[in-house]
Design a protein around this ligand. Structure first.
Ligand SMILES: C[S@@+](CC[C@H](N)C(=O)[O-])C[C@H]1O[C@@H](n2cnc3c(N)ncnc32)[C@H](O)[C@@H]1O
Length: 237
């Protein structure tokens, strides 16, 4: 899609699959929702591309994107470890967003900006070659075959990621669902823009040291499931 096609963008509302709300927010989270969220939240423009770097003070040269960050453990840790990088997070589940707001306030993280909407809306709004690293960690597995079309990691998502990622940018995917991990790998290997970085089994069986854990990884390990950590490089443009 070029910039003219980005105009008249129709929000893919029908594609959102998952809960937006859970339990009522605790008083601290409700206060952060009212006071902090407006300072870190962004919207996608109704037409044209998003000025993603302009969302941050200091216009960072590098931007990382996390899709479906859940409660935001990984995003907060990466933001703290890399204060010079602008971190874009997209999530639809409000209780998860509230937890991340707690971490942003507690740890004074100034380099996170959030979209509370369908990740596919953000992907279609991002400019070409604007993202330096992207993460989709433990996306909902949708195990029933008739629901596979709801999976976030799909040929369409990888096409959009290939468009928005810079050459040499890294894509990190994780799942604890064996069928989804095979499907993720097959989809990424079929995408000509991506190259799998694993050379030996330990490369995808162990989480690299610069890859902070998430709540879903913890839950998977407690339940005896072995996660796969898949790293790909977007080939040079
Ligand atoms: C299984 S959870 C994993 C959360 C987190 N990444 C982790 O590892 O703990 C999947 C998350 O993706 C979010 N999600 C699902 N569909 C989404 C969409 N279309 N856009 C943005 N987030 C989405 C869900 O709300 C949920 O928080």
């Amino acid at each position: 899609m070029d910039d003219s096609e980005a105009d008249n963008r129709a929000p893919p509302r029908r594609m959102i699959h998952g809960r937006r709300r859970g339990r009522k927010l605790k008083p601290l989270h409700a206060r952060l929702w009212a006071q902090l969220l407006p300072r870190v939240r962004f919207a996608v423009p109704a037409s044209g591309r998003l000025d993603a770097s302009g969302l941050f003070s200091g216009h960072p040269q590098r931007l990382w994107l996390e899709i479906g960050f859940g409660a935001g453990e990984h995003l907060a840790d990466q933001a703290e470890a890399h204060p010079e990088i602008g971190m874009l997070g997209v999530e639809i589940f409000e209780n998860g967003v509230a937890k991340l707001l707690g971490a942003i306030a507690r740890r004074d993280l100034g380099n996170i900006r959030l979209l509370l909407d369908d990740a596919r809306l953000l992907l279609s709004a991002l400019p070409d070659a604007s993202i330096d690293r992207a993460f989709i960690l433990f996306p909902d597995p949708w195990p029933k075959e008739r629901h596979h079309k709801r999976r976030m990691v799909s040929p369409a998502t990888l096409r959009e990621l290939a468009r928005v990622m810079r050459g040499e940018a890294e894509l990190r995917l994780a799942t604890d669902d064996a069928d989804y991990s095979r499907a993720m790998l097959a989809t990424a290997l079929e995408a000509p823009e991506f190259e799998w970085l694993a050379r030996r089994p330990s490369d995808w069986r162990s989480r690299p040291a610069d890859w902070p854990p998430t709540r879903y990884e913890q839950k998977a390990i407690e339940a005896g499931r072995a996660p796969a950590f898949l790293r790909f490089r977007r080939r040079p443009r």
